[in-house]
Write a new protein. Structure first.
Length: 285
């Protein structure tokens, strides 16, 4: 396998012409590139940053076997790779002068690429986050349902969604480069946020879902303000958004959790989500 077997481009359409079938072939494991690419197509190439995104596909002549994307200034994101594929990519990106703050991939691929990148560049890496991908099995309520009801967020909720988006990013450290207002507008446009509100109409939690792509949707983000946690609001909102995704015909309903948070992992398993595989983030430098 040679570095030139990695085909790089800034052209989203050209990338999808080459790698679209590969991405759609494993929609659960490829949920992140599928949803990011969909967002770039719908909202423009600079939704995650001012620089042009970079895409790559590994094709030795027998079809695509691996993919990466990067939306600068954010980390590299990889699909599953062999050790040879990771080595070839590290050599190609290093030779082309690319630099980035880290890598996100399934646990084994992230470790393989981080090691290969260190050998090529001398840059040290360290694992900074462990995530688990879950798939919904049989949906169940996690316990007594709190008083109130679920409703889909509307234009009148824009300021609330903007504040909660920023608070969620601050809590998780998952800064994605999106403008909070533009994110809220996009979610409102397709009904992508469900709020749980108390009987007096006060919103107390939100649970979101990405647009359906290749039969999969992903639940994200899930947020409750700190003073309101521990009352079942997030669980109730997530049950409702998961039920709506099922009713819409989505074949796979997915979500990620931070493995350092046992509360959320326990909650989602009680709702009916089952582990698929583990992912990791390695920081460089």
């Amino acid at each position: 396998m040679r570095p030139d077997d990695w085909h790089l481009t800034h052209d989203l359409d050209a990338f999808l012409d080459r790698a679209g079938d590969f991405l759609r072939s494993r929609p659960a494991l490829h949920t992140v590139p599928l949803t990011v690419v969909d967002s770039l197509r719908r909202r423009g190439p600079h939704v995650y940053g001012t620089e042009d995104p970079l895409f790559g596909a590994l094709d030795t002549g027998d079809g695509v076997t691996g993919v990466f994307f990067r939306t600068p200034p954010h980390r590299l994101n990889l699909t599953s790779l062999t050790e040879e594929g990771a080595e070839a990519l590290a050599e190609r990106l290093a030779a082309d002068g690319h630099r980035f703050p880290g890598v996100s991939a399934d646990r084994d691929t992230a470790a393989l690429f981080a090691a290969a990148w260190g050998r090529r560049t001398g840059v040290e890496s360290r694992p900074v986050e462990r995530q688990r991908l879950y798939r919904l099995g049989e949906l169940t309520s996690p316990g007594p349902v709190p008083e109130g009801r679920a409703r889909v967020a509307a234009a009148a909720d824009r300021d609330l969604l903007t504040r909660w988006h920023d608070a969620f990013m601050e809590d998780t450290g998952a800064h994605n480069g999106q403008d909070a207002g533009a994110w809220a507008d996009s979610r409102i446009a397709y009904g992508g946020i469900t709020l749980w509100e108390t009987p007096d109409g006060t919103p107390v939690a939100m649970s979101g879902v990405t647009p359906e792509v290749a039969g999969q949707v992903r639940v994200a983000p899930v947020y409750t303000p700190p003073a309101l946690r521990g009352r079942g609001y997030a669980g109730a909102a997530t049950v409702e958004v998961s039920r709506a995704a099922q009713a819409s015909g989505a074949a796979e309903i997915l979500l990620f959790t931070d493995l350092a948070n046992p509360t959320s992992n326990g909650l989602y398993q009680r709702i009916g989500y089952r582990p698929v595989t583990d992912f990791a983030v390695h920081a460089f430098g």
